[in-house]
Ligand binder design. Sequence first.
Ligand SMILES: [Zn+2]
Ligand SMILES: [Zn+2]
Length: 170
Amino acid sequence: MIHELYKKAGELHGHYCPGLAIGVRAAFEALRILEIEKKGFPLYCIAENRACYQDGIQVVFGTTLGDGNLELRQRGKTAFNFYDRSSGKSVRLIAKSWPEGLSREELTEFILTAPLDEVFGQTPVHFEAPPDTFVRRPSRVCPRCGESCSEPYLRIMDGEIVCLDCAEKA
Ligand SMILES: [Zn+2]
Ligand SMILES: [Zn+2]
């Protein structure tokens, strides 16, 4: 099961590596811990470092950079905050220090199949997930540059509603 997911993730990622395995295993365990039955917009993930694992998350947890439900908050830690916004459940998984001296293949296998508590520690999440934004925010055209801009990024300047670019220029 997890090896199939790893194989599928590698097709997106372009290569196979321990980093990808980390994302696959973390996402796999998060689905189980949070008892998620249906993937979709209520799910959200905040990764604390940028690396190969993000593609494992995208494939297995189903949240992507494209749908805006995978976010990076750079802390330099191999840690992931997983949320199910429909149930309110969440969990953070943080990589433990793994045995040294393993080959790349052995390490990958360890990450995918060792008992969970040897691979990751579990803690409460470090961040709040933003609200489920399945409803697209309305946009309006900025009168200064003529470009359409979504509401949270509009500002009022001299009685006009303008985009953030134009507000910063003024
Ligand atoms: Zn990789
Ligand atoms: Zn503008």
